[in-house]
Ligand binder design. Structure first.
Ligand code: SME
Length: 150
C-alpha cells in the first residue's frame, strides 16, 4: 500500500476494532473527509434473494439510489462481475446511475467475506480521472478490514 494511505488505513482499522455500531458510518466520514478526491463514500450490500444492492452507511450528498438492481449502473455491474470497476469519466458510461451532477469519476470495490461477494464500497469524485492503482490497493485493503468487521 502506498505510504500516503498508511495513516488512514490504521485509523480505519482502529475504528473497526472498536466494534461499535456506527463504525461503518465513521469509516465513510473519515474517508470522505481525509482524501481530497473522495466526495461521496458509501457501502452497498447484496440482497441475493431480491437481486438488488441495498444502500448502507454513506457520507456525501443524499442519493435516491437506495436500491440498485443487479446489472444496473456501475454498482449493479460490480454486483455481477465481482470485480473492481474504475470509471475515469462517468460521462462516457452508458450503464451509469447519476448521483450528483458534480460527479466526474467513480470507483467501486467489491467486498468479499469468506470468498463470498457480500457488498461493495462505492466512491464518487468531483475530479476527472482521479483514481490510481494506489487508490485501488488502499480500497481493497479497506474492504478486507470491513469484511472482518461485519
Ligand atoms: N453511480 C452509481 C450509483 C450509486 S451513486 O453513485 C451513490 C452507479 O452507477 O451504480
Amino acid at each position: 500500500m502506498h505510504t500516503k494511505f498508511l495513516g488512514l488505513y490504521n485509523s480505519v482499522q482502529n475504528l473497526l476494532l472498536k466494534k461499535e455500531k456506527s463504525a461503518l458510518q465513521e469509516v465513510c466520514n473519515l474517508l470522505e473527509n481525509e482524501v481530497e478526491h473522495y466526495h461521496w463514500v458509501g457501502f452497498y450490500f447484496m440482497n441475493n434473494a431480491k437481486q438488488v444492492l441495498e444502500i448502507g452507511p454513506y457520507a456525501g450528498e443524499k442519493t435516491e439510489h437506495n436500491e440498485i438492481a443487479f446489472g444496473t449502473g456501475i454498482c449493479g455491474q460490480v454486483a455481477k462481475s465481482g470485480k473492481t470497476f474504475v470509471v475515469p469519466d462517468v460521462s462516457l458510461e452508458e450503464n451509469y446511475l447519476s448521483c450528483s451532477v458534480q460527479t466526474k469519476a467513480e470507483i467501486v470495490e467489491p467486498i468479499y467475506k469468506n470468498e463470498m461477494l457480500i457488498g461493495q464500497l462505492d466512491i464518487d469524485s468531483h475530479h476527472a480521472n482521479p483514481f490510481t492503482k494506489d487508490d485501488e490497493e488502499f480500497l481493497k485493503a479497506i474492504c478486507a478490514l470491513v469484511a472482518k468487521y461485519i
